[in-house]
Design a protein around this ligand. Structure first.
Ligand code: CP
Ligand code: NVA
Length: 328
């Protein structure tokens, strides 16, 4: 039987997505309550998880390695200078060989087709650890963070009780946004996106995000604008990411010019009319251009719990896809 892979939040039914988030929360709670991490389960004992990263990483690498350790397995980090992939060997050959010796591949790539090609030819589950299009592990952690920050918001049927919340994304339309937006639509969270002209959501991606509403009784709505204040109106949580993603370094000057005026500041939040108790999120790594210190290091900021939640998201995803073989 072909293994089930995690390429994007779009692969998941709303109930499957919320169960991944809930399991992440349960694992976190148990450990915070004093349970030894290794007592959670030893379900990856004797198993190796290959981590094939063609780009840098702090959170994804550390959280995945730590999560595999918590589950009793062995994380094997393979950076771009460690294996033949991309230089001397095809994705097909690499996938067949590595999957024949390990129990899971966690891959960080450039083009999204690289991770889907790995998955297509793999005999074990493949988890996308960031591609140019999606970042599902980040989105699981982000929804755990939102779930923790808005415990009293009660919803009807989203599975996480988040219906009616509003997220505002101000900045570049990128991989982190795309999976976040799909998660929002599925969980009944409205999401408004403000990006400069020319940096909005590509049409094909917009269709994909909107199609996440299928079968959801009250899906979150997607709104797009070029005006940050418009996006921020009545938002519960403001979110952004770097304006220059990995691989876009040569566009730095052009991008800094294009995004002038999109920095998240207290003044912008006030002018836009964010909700009084608004919170701030950012997947990290952060650069000062996209958010001012006064927000990033303020009590409104959830960025460090959000980063820590990457660990529990990784534990949950590994349990879901490797231990439970995609039965979420
Ligand atoms: N948020 C995130 O994926 O960070 P890293 O690039 O450090 O893994
Ligand atoms: N958008 C960023 C996310 C890094 C976690 C990038 O692709 O570089």
């Amino acid at each position: 039987l072909a293994p089930r892979h995690l390429m994007s939040i779009g692969d998941l039914q709303p109930s499957e997505f919320s169960s991944l988030v809930r399991n992440a929360a349960a694992r976190k709670q148990a450990v915070k309550a004093g349970q030894a991490p290794t007592s959670l389960t030893t379900s990856l004992t004797g198993k190796t998880v290959a981590m094939m990263f063609s780009k840098r990483s702090t959170r994804t690498r550390v959280s995945t390695e730590a999560a595999v350790t918590i589950l009793g397995g062995h994380p094997m980090f393979l950076g771009k200078d460690d294996i033949q992939l991309g230089v001397n060997e095809s994705l097909y050959d690499t996938s067949v060989v590595i999957s024949s010796m390990t129990s899971c591949m966690v891959a960080r790539v450039g083009p999204h087709s690289d991770v889907t090609t790995l998955a297509q030819h793999s005999s074990v589950p493949v988890i996308n650890a960031l591609s140019d299009d999606f970042h599902p592990l980040q989105t699981i952690a982000d929804f755990l963070t939102i779930h923790e920050a808005f415990p009293s918001s009660k919803g009807s049927d989203s599975g996480l009780g988040l219906n009616g919340l509003k997220a505002a994304w101000v900045g570049d339309s990128n991989n982190v946004l795309f999976d976040l937006a799909i998660g929002c639509v599925k969980m009944g969270v409205d999401i408004s996106v403000a990006s400069p002209k020319g940096y909005g959501i590509p049409d094909s991606m917009k269709q994909l995000i909107l199609s996440a509403a299928k079968g959801v009784s009250s899906p979150g709505k997607l709104l797009e604008t070029t005006v940050p204040e418009e996006a921020i109106k009545d938002a519960d949580v403001l979110v952004t990411d770097t304006w220059i993603s990995m691989g876009q370094e040569s566009e730095k000057k052009k991008r800094l010019d294009a995004f002038a005026g999109y920095q998240i500041t207290n003044d912008l939040a006030k002018r836009g009319g964010a909700k009084e108790g608004w919170k701030f999120m950012h997947c990290l790594p952060r650069h000062p251009e996209e958010v001012a210190d006064e927000v990033f290091y303020s009590p409104r900021s959830l960025v460090f719990p959000e980063a820590e939640n990457r660990l529990w998201a990784a534990v949950s995803a590994l349990e879901g896809f490797v231990v439970n073989k995609g039965r979420l």
